[in-house]
Design a protein around this ligand. Structure first.
Ligand SMILES: [Zn+2]
Length: 113
């Protein structure tokens, strides 16, 4: 389950910004998760609760925004919507798709006090 290590890196980001911005409590964390990042939102919530236990983000609400996947086809040059990591180009059927969006996770927003 790689959600656990992702949750840990989210906590790291939170703690770093807490040091930089001097806040002591996190009320809400907004995460942007790409559809191609293979992250289960439910698993992510579970792991987030587990790793933030006892930290400044304990009890923080987790908002998850799923962003759509996008690929660029090397064969026909079109940019296409991607539902899965190893899809075929809907325009020409080529499997040579470079993922250009939707395979990452990032902390979009922190609501702190
Ligand atoms: Zn194509």
């Amino acid at each position: 389950m790689h959600e656990m290590s992702l949750a840990e890196s989210v906590l790291q980001i939170i703690e770093e910004s807490a040091r930089a911005q001097n806040f002591r409590r996190v009320r809400c964390v907004t995460l942007e998760i790409g559809q191609l990042a293979a992250v289960e939102p439910d698993a992510m919530r579970f792991c987030f609760d587990a790793v933030t236990h006892g930290s400044i983000a304990e009890g923080a609400q987790l908002e998850i925004i799923e962003t759509p996947g996008e690929g660029c086809c090397e064969a026909c040059g079109k940019t296409v919507a991607l539902q899965e990591q190893y899809g075929l180009c809907p325009q020409c059927g080529s499997p040579r798709l470079q993922i250009v969006a939707g395979n990452q996770m990032r902390v979009k927003d922190l609501e702190v006090e």
